[in-house]
Design a protein around this ligand. Structure first.
Ligand code: FRU
Length: 437
C-alpha cells in the first residue's frame, strides 16, 4: 500500500503523490548509479546536436519495424550554436537504422511554415498499422508568429504524412496536418498565466506520450505538467517558487488518437519537483512502471537531488503508485559526471528493461550546469555531447531496479536481438572510491 494520498474516482481518475517523505530517501547507490559516459567514436550526426529521442512505436507500444527499418525521432539543432540555446530552435528530425546501431539522418520531419509553435519540443510517435496512419505527437512551444520567445506549451499532433522505404533507407514526407490536441485547463493543469511567477524554473505542459493500456484497452496520452497550487513555502526562502510538477493524462474513449479528454494527473510531485519530464509507462508482468526524468535543480530545497530517471510502480495505469527503490530514483548520473546524460526512456526487452538517453554535459571538472554558460563558446560546445548516450540495461524485480550493464551509444536492440550476458557485478559495487557513486 503506497503512502501517498490517493483518491479514486471512476471517471476522472486518481492521483498518486510522490511525497517528500519518499523523495527524502533519494541516495545514489550501486544499483542506481550509471557508469561514466565517454564520447563515442562517431556522434550520431556531427553537424547536429541531438537530445530528446523517441522511437516510432506500434499502437501496442512495441517498436515499429517497417520493412526491416527502425525509425527514431529526436530534437535537434545545428552543432555550431551554443548548446544552452538549442531549446529555442529545437527541430524534430528523424533517423533510421537497419541494425539498431548505426543511425542515418533522414532530415527535418515538418515544414516550419506549417508546424505549430515557434519551435517543437518532445513527443512520441505511433504507427497505426491497421489504418496505415502515422501520429506524430509533439509539444508546440511558443507561437510561430510571436516576436518574443515564450514558454507557452500546447500538445499537438501531426497526421497525414507518409513513410516510404527502399533498400537505401526511409523517407518520411508530408504534407502533415497539424492540430492542437490539449491546452492546460487551469484546474488540474496550470496555465502559463497561472504560473507567471518570477522564477528561474520553467513552466511545463508538454511531452505527450501515446499509451494504450494492455489491461483495459484504454487509449491514453500522458504528458508532463504542473499542478496549480497556492504558494506553499516549499521553495524555502524564495516564496515565488512552487515545485509543482505532475504527470498528466488524457483519454480517448473511442480510441481515436486525435480526440482527447483530460483527466486528473496520475502522479503529483508538489513540493518535491517542478519538472516530471517525458513521462512514459512500461508494462511488465501486469504491473505498470511509470518513468520520468528530472533535474537536480528542479527539486524543492531540502532534498538530495540528482539529474536522473525516476520511476513508480502500480497495479493499474491510474495507480496507486509506489516509488521504485523506496525513493523513486532509478538511474542517477555519477557524482563525478553529474550532468553526463538526460532524458531517459525505458522500454521492455526480453526479461530486462533498456534505457536510452542522450549524452549531455561532460568533463565539467566540478563546474555546475549554471556555470557552463560563462565558459567560452568553444568550451561550451566541447563539453556538450549532443548525441545518443550508451543504452543502460536494467534489472527489474517488483519495486526494485538495478543497473546491470550497458550497450553502445545509441544501440537500440529490438525484441529478437539477444544481448551478451550482463556483468553479474554491475550495479552491485561502488563505481568510484569506497562508498562513492
Ligand atoms: C527534456 C526537455 C523536454 C522538452 C525538451 C525541450 O530534455 O526539457 O521536456 O520537451 O527538453 O528541448
Amino acid at each position: 500500500m503506497a503512502s501517498g494520498t490517493y483518491e479514486l474516482d471512476r471517471r476522472w481518475g486518481a492521483t498518486s503523490t510522490w511525497t517528500r517523505e519518499q523523495a527524502a530517501r533519494i541516495r545514489r547507490t550501486a544499483e542506481t548509479t550509471a557508469p561514466i559516459v565517454y564520447p563515442p567514436d562517431e556522434p550520431t550526426d556531427s553537424d547536429l546536436y541531438l537530445w530528446d529521442t523517441w522511437p516510432l512505436l506500434e499502437r501496442d507500444g512495441s517498436f515499429a519495424e517497417v520493412d526491416g527499418w527502425r525509425v527514431v525521432f529526436a530534437l535537434t539543432a545545428p552543432a555550431e550554436m551554443l548548446p544552452g540555446k538549442r531549446h529555442d530552435v529545437a527541430t524534430v528530425r528523424y533517423f533510421y537504422s537497419r541494425d539498431g546501431r548505426e543511425w542515418t539522418t533522414g532530415g527535418p520531419v515538418f515544414d516550419p511554415e506549417r508546424s505549430l509553435g515557434s519551435r517543437q519540443w518532445a513527443g512520441s510517435a505511433m504507427y497505426d498499422r491497421a489504418d496505415d496512419e502515422l501520429y506524430l505527437y509533439y509539444t508546440a512551444a511558443g507561437r510561430a508568429d510571436a516576436v518574443e520567445l515564450s514558454y507557452e506549451q500546447r500538445i499537438a499532433v501531426a497526421t497525414g504524412g507518409d513513410l516510404a522505404t527502399d533498400d537505401d533507407g526511409v523517407r518520411l514526407s508530408g504534407p502533415w496536418d497539424h492540430e492542437v490536441l490539449l491546452t492546460a485547463d487551469g484546474e488540474w493543469y496550470e496555465t502559463r498565466e497561472q504560473a507567471a511567477r518570477e522564477s528561474d524554473l520553467i513552466y511545463t505542459f508538454r511531452d505527450p506520450w501515446f499509451f494504450e493500456d494492455p489491461g483495459t484497452g484504454e487509449t491514453c496520452l500522458l504528458f508532463e505538467a504542473n499542478t496549480p497550487v497556492p504558494e506553499c513555502g516549499c521553495g524555502g526562502d524564495d516564496g515565488r517558487r512552487a515545485f509543482n510538477g505532475c504527470v498528466g493524462v488524457a483519454v480517448s474513449d473511442a480510441g481515436d488518437p486525435t480526440e482527447w479528454e483530460m483527466r486528473r494527473p496520475i502522479l503529483d510531485g508538489a513540493c518535491v519537483n517542478q519538472e516530471l519530464e517525458r513521462p512514459h509507462v512500461v508494462v511488465r508482468d501486469g504491473r505498470y512502471y511509470l518513468f520520468t526524468s528530472s533535474h537536480e535543480h528542479t527539486f524543492a530545497p531540502g532534498l538530495e537531488r540528482f539529474d536522473g530517471l525516476y520511476g513508480f510502480v502500480a497495479d493499474a495505469l491510474r495507480g496507486e503508485y509506489d516509488p521504485l527503490n523506496g525513493s523513486g530514483l532509478v538511474v542517477a548520473n555519477p557524482h563525478n559526471a553529474p550532468f553526463q546524460a538526460y532524458s531517459w526512456l525505458a522500454y521492455g526487452h526480453r526479461d530486462e528493461l533498456l534505457v536510452t538517453s542522450f549524452f549531455n554535459y561532460y568533463d565539467l571538472g566540478g563546474l555546475h550546469l549554471d556555470e557552463v554558460g560563462h565558459l567560452l563558446p568553444d568550451e561550451q560546445r566541447e563539453k556538450f555531447g549532443g548525441t545518443l548516450a550508451p543504452t543502460l540495461r536494467l534489472e527489474l524485480a517488483g519495486d526494485r531496479t538495478r543497473i546491470r550493464g550497458e550497450l553502445d551509444h545509441g544501440h537500440l536492440p529490438l525484441e529478437d536481438e539477444e544481448l551478451p550476458p550482463a556483468d553479474p557485478l554491475a550495479g552491485r559495487r561502488p563505481l568510484g572510491g569506497e562508498g562513492e557513486y
